[in-house]
Design a protein around this ligand. Sequence first.
Ligand code: TXE
Length: 479
Amino acid sequence: MKIQNYINGQFQNPISNEWLENYCPSNGEVYGQLPNSSKADVETAYKAAKDAFPIWSQTTLDERSRILIKISELIEVNLQRLAEAESKDNGKPIRLAKSVDIPRAASNFRFFGNAITQFASESHESVGQNAINYTLRQPIGVVGCISPWNLPLYLFTWKIAPAIAAGNCVVAKPSEITPMTAYLLGDICNEAGLPKGVLNIVHGLGTKTGQAIIEHPDIKAISFTGGTATGEHIAKVAAPMFKKLSLELGGKNPNIIFADCDYDDMLNTTVRSSFANQGQICLCGSRIFVEASIYEKFKTDFVEKIKQLQVGHPSDDTTDIGALVSKSHLEKVMHYINIAKEENGIILCGGNKITVKDFENGYYLEPTVIEVSTDDCRINQEEVFGPVVTIMPFNSEDDVLHMANKVKYGLSATLWTNDLKRTMRMSNQLQAGIIWVNTWMLRDLRTPFGGVKASGVGREGGFEALRFFTEAKNVCIKY
Ligand code: TXE
């Protein structure tokens, strides 16, 4: 299966005719090729986007909205096909792709198709000066969207939908590790009547194709989700050109459990917040802190539940944990498990690669729970991004708050308690962009999404995303 670039509404081979191999994580085999696009391909995509911009930016909100909602509907019509493709490309259980990834990709288009019709700008009357100011929110022009491999179509559309809703034209690059559903999106956009050139999808390596996007002097804004090191690099390249940047980066999120929580609800949700998508979600709660009085009980119950999780082939409906996304990622996660052992972490369950019958070369790993006695160890400070969590007890609110904040990241935090005053105190003081209390990953697309510290800059979601993808221009009229 050969994936092609989608430029100016058409599918094209890379100009150099160079290709990369696409691996299937569940069996370790190459099952297709994707373009190894160069600067020249990015330039072609840029030109298509630039040419489409004058008309698209002047297309009525009603019409833009209609097209985005049509794309959303077509994603729903193609749910099964897209879910199968996502599961095969990424290794995630088909159940998850069907219930989360693809439905949320559809929601992204529907949400921003509706949101753009409600997006309003401000006006300020300068009282006593006989003047009125109003703010225009104008699209930026050609923007770049670069997305990662963990939630491929979901995060790809999370960027593209607001960008085009706001009237921009896009040069987008999905992760080279999971290009398939972005490729399939091209046909859907054509069928929905998205004018050619509004969205251009260029496949290839981050260091080559991605680099050409971020270096392009006329791509004026970059929305990126991925690793913190890559985010740092993008910021350095983009800064001298004064590009607008939205960077959603890594996390090392605390999951803080107090004895007064609703225990069963907490336990079930913590299984999910630890291991959903093989732990490869930037929002996963990878550091679990449990109040000392319930620590031993939690430890026993949690480990028992984790041992019941089924690791298996992603297309099997009973699979809870599929394959990790790539061989090198599996090795990275294994490396961290070894580091934890060297640091005297106690492996309470998991820790080993798994061989799934008939798929012996797939990238499977047991869900792993590690007990740590100190918060300073590397396994508790660095992002692993796999099916690995640590647990440790805490004695007081102050102690746990201190440990929760003592990492370089600040994406999300989860808090389990029924004490309202504690909820308020801790929510105010936790250093994170997103706090969940007595829940996890409950998403309302109107809310601001993003992190602080090394988890990034900027916010996506709702009108925040539409503000990011527009320039505010104030007009002052004296009368
Ligand atoms: O991500 P990269 P990787 C974390 C996680 C993971 C680590 C590395 O800890 O182990 O990052 O993952 C493109 N210019 N997260 O290496 O490289 C790349 O092609 C422009 C957290 O796979 O950051 C891909 O499309 N683009 C995370 C995208 O950036 C470049 C999700 C992300 O890949 C580029 C994924 C460059 N120079 C990993 N280099 C989250 N926050 O959800 C790479 N890219």
